[in-house]
Ligand binder design. Structure first.
Ligand SMILES: Cc1ncc(COP(=O)(O)O)c(C=O)c1O
Length: 367
């Protein structure tokens, strides 16, 4: 079989996803007991204790297809955000929503504008559709360059993708910059405001959640994978004008998200105690990491999400550092695929995981 002949050129160009190592793999490979997985921006506290019972209850009907619009959860999300139910869509993670956006709105010669250093999932899903991506360099302080993005828009631009707060940088657009983007973007262009880390950012003074300042071309993405700790269930949502949601529902895989995922997310959404604890642990852990980096003269970027980006001198240094940390049982994420080969992303973990990070760092640098 000639696989080359089977494939369209845009699929040939895609690289397979390289997953980070799992805890079990690192334990086995390096013969270690203590592992701290600070690589994938997951919630190191776990998830709400209310999730388990809700999921067990959902198993009683597991032989039936789930509610295709996740009505109960959709209602809860609409109520909390002050929008109509018809303005909300749920799917198997916000990555699935990105895929839905690409399936629904792109025609083959459209393009999309985004940053060179942002969530790789958008690069991949646009690539699956063979869409030209205009990747505008982030600014010197690793923020989205609003003027650069606006200047790059042309008559074939269908989408601008913005992660706010951004991953992997943890940076964000200040309220006035965000307003400028929303006000200036042509109405035929969709602005995708990916707010996967919204819950960590919501209280930051000059962060403006997209829900508070939007036009009908703005699509907001949120997820249950981060502050709610449900990454394994795969569930996220979008809020947008109902005309857009109606079209997106046509290309969504009918029965995503699964019934247990819907039940888990509904239970987690009602547990503010867990949510606030997650946010608090991240806030404290970030400050602790800044203090540690300052004390050890490490360059980093301040973040309002659940990770902090370390800036090393070269890709080689980043490779060596992550490898040495791995050998100590601390799994970190190089972010070359996100466009920043000299940087390493550290997810904020529990206090004991942050101890492990600091001890391993000191061990490596003998400080
Ligand atoms: C900015 C951003 N958007 C979306 C996602 C994907 O989240 P989900 O688990 O909901 O697919 C991530 C995950 O890391 C992310 O960082």
């Amino acid at each position: 079989m000639n696989i080359d002949k089977l494939l369209p050129d845009n699929i040939k160009k895609l690289k397979p996803y390289v997953a980070g190592k799992t805890i079990a793999e690192v334990k086995k490979e390096y013969g270690l007991e203590r592992i701290s997985k600070l690589a994938s921006n997951e919630n190191r506290l776990g998830c709400s204790s209310k999730v388990k019972d809700a999921v067990l209850e959902s198993l009683k009907e597991i032989q039936d297809y789930p509610d295709p619009i996740a009505g109960k959860l959709r209602r809860a999300i609409a109520d909390r955000n002050g929008v109509k139910e018809s303005e909300v869509i749920l799917a198997a993670g916000s990555e699935s929503i990105i895929s839905i956006l690409c399936r629904t709105f792109f025609k083959h010669d459209d393009n999309a504008v985004t940053a060179n250093a942002t969530f790789v999932g958008f690069f991949v899903q646009a690539g699956v559709r063979g869409i030209e991506l205009k990747k505008i360099s982030v600014t010197d302080n690793y923020c989205f360059d609003v003027d650069g993005i606006l200047n790059a828009i042309d008559e074939k631009t269908k989408m601008v993708y913005l992660a706010n707060p951004n991953n992997p940088t943890g940076t964000y657009l200040k309220a006035d910059e965000y307003k400028k983007l929303v006000d200036s973007i042509p109405k035929h262009v969709l602005l995708i405001a990916d707010e996967a880390y919204y819950e960590y950012a919501a209280e930051v003074k000059d962060y403006l959640p997209a829900i508070d300042y939007r036009n009908e071309n703005v699509i907001i993405l949120r997820t249950f994978s981060k502050a709610y700790g449900l990454a394994g269930f795969r569930i996220g949502y979008a809020i947008a004008d109902e005309k857009l949601i109606t079209e997106m529902l046509k290309t969504k895989l009918t029965f995503e998200p699964t019934a247990p995922a819907q039940a888990a997310a509904h239970a987690a959404y009602g547990d503010n105690v867990f949510l606030n604890r997650s946010i608090e642990v991240v806030k404290k852990g970030r400050q602790r990491l800044y203090d540690f980096f300052d004390a050890h003269s490490v360059k980093y970027e301040k973040s309002i999400s659940n990770s902090v980006m370390m800036i090393l001198n070269s890709e080689e240094e980043a490779i060596n550092f992550t490898q040495k940390m791995l050998e100590q049982g601390v799994i970190l994420r190089r972010i070359n695929a996100f466009g920043l080969p000299e940087c390493v992303r550290i997810t904020i973990g529990t206090p004991s995981e942050m101890d492990h990070f600091e001890e391993s760092f000191k061990q490596i640098f003998k400080q």
